[in-house]
Design a protein around this ligand. Structure first.
Ligand code: AVJ
Length: 340
């Protein structure tokens, strides 16, 4: 029998449709207006993000793929056989595809993504390419996962794959909480293969997030278009402008949507006023030094096993092992931010 084992997606943790409305209102009510970056990835936004990955200026995707390709035998060897691989924010699963061909006797692959349509389409395609692989997609906000789906065969270990430097979306203290949760989801002998964008010259960073074709601008503005489509808001897209400066002292790219004139936006019978030059923060993309990131992961319970980078030191891929899996108590009370 060569039939693909493709489970229908678990949707227990799927983002609720009301989530966008309440989070948008909360975000726009703050003194510094904000809209959470996870809402950038509707169907249109996911397509635009895939386009960003192909841009000449956007080095992370290309560079990470190169690092993975150049070191795939060693990486697969460190992960080992019989693993359950969970990918956080799997998108099109393009990066796992390569990894999966090199991992022997896996117990299963669990792609996790907030964009349901893309998740299903990619899982179905992958199932045709890997007919013996058990694929168990999970439609979810990956920062809210309390449990990973089981696989039919008991895994020897669980390894989390978090490529693309998506960890950079979290503020450092949130990143520690998120990674502690991953450590507890993976448990004893668990692993973490993660891609991290490095601190570098401002010019390179700002070009990557302010591309000449304006794809990143469309990606950012799509958030307002989505609010209009799904929430009936009345953002005038022509009077907001994309901007993405590097905040060097905080080590992050910040995506902004700048109001080019004084205006009032309506959302769910509320009014939000903007003065000229006021902006909405839509995404942070933190950059790390090698030491900085290894220290952060250590606080989350991971010890470094091995790391790789490109020869221009643009990007790092790191493999960690769970040092001590946090107990459920620690996960709930430290991991989710009730104390330092
Ligand atoms: C998907 C979060 C890794 O921060 O580089 C790309 C998102 N935003 N261009 C990044 C993004 C604008 C991307 N991550």
């Amino acid at each position: 029998m060569n039939d693909a084992i493709l489970f229908s997606p678990s949707i227990d943790h799927a983002p609720s449709p009301d989530g966008f409305l309440s989070e948008a209102i909360a975000g726009l009510s703050r003194p510094q207006k904000t809209l959470p970056c996870k809402f950038l990835y509707d169907e249109q936004g996911s397509k635009l993000f895939n386009e960003i990955c192909e841009l000449e200026e956007y080095y992370p995707t290309r560079t990470e793929n190169q690092i993975l390709r150049n070191n795939i035998t060693e990486i697969a060897g460190l992960i080992g056989w019989g693993c359950r691989l969970a990918e956080f924010g799997s998108g099109t699963s393009a990066k796992s595809r390569h990894l999966l061909t090199h991992l022997p006797y896996m117990s299963g692959y669990i792609p996790i993504d907030i964009s349901g349509p893309q998740l299903l389409e990619s899982a179905a395609r992958l199932a045709r390419e890997f007919p013996r692989l058990e694929i168990n997609p999970l439609e979810a906000d990956y920062s809210e996962i309390l449990e990973l789906p089981n696989t039919t065969r008991k895994p020897r270990r669980t390894v989390a794959f978090f490529p693309g430097s998506t960890i950079g979306n979290f503020e450092p203290h949130e990143a520690v909480a998120f990674l502690s949760n991953i450590a507890s989801l993976c448990g004893r002998d668990g692993g973490l293969l993660i891609g991290v964008d490095r601190k570098k010259e401002r010019r390179i960073l700002e070009c990557a997030y302010n591309d000449r074709k304006g794809v990143t601008a469309m990606f950012n503005l799509n958030l307002l278009a989505r609010a209009n489509r799904e929430l009936g808001a009345d953002f005038d897209l022509s009077s907001f402008r994309h901007r993405a400066p590097y905040n060097e002292s905080l080590g992050r790219i910040e995506m902004h949507l700048v109001s080019t004139r004084p205006q009032i936006v309506h959302l769910d019978s509320q009014e939000f006023s903007f003065h000229e030059g006021e902006y909405i923060t839509t995404e942070y993309s933190y950059k790390y030094t090698f030491q900085g990131f290894a220290g952060l992961a250590l606080r989350a319970g991971f010890e470094l096993v091995k790391s790789w980078e490109d020869r221009n030191h643009l990007f790092s891929v790191l493999f960690f092992r769970v040092r001590i899996p946090p107990t459920a108590f620690e996960r709930d009370f430290v991991g989710f931010g009730f104390s330092a």
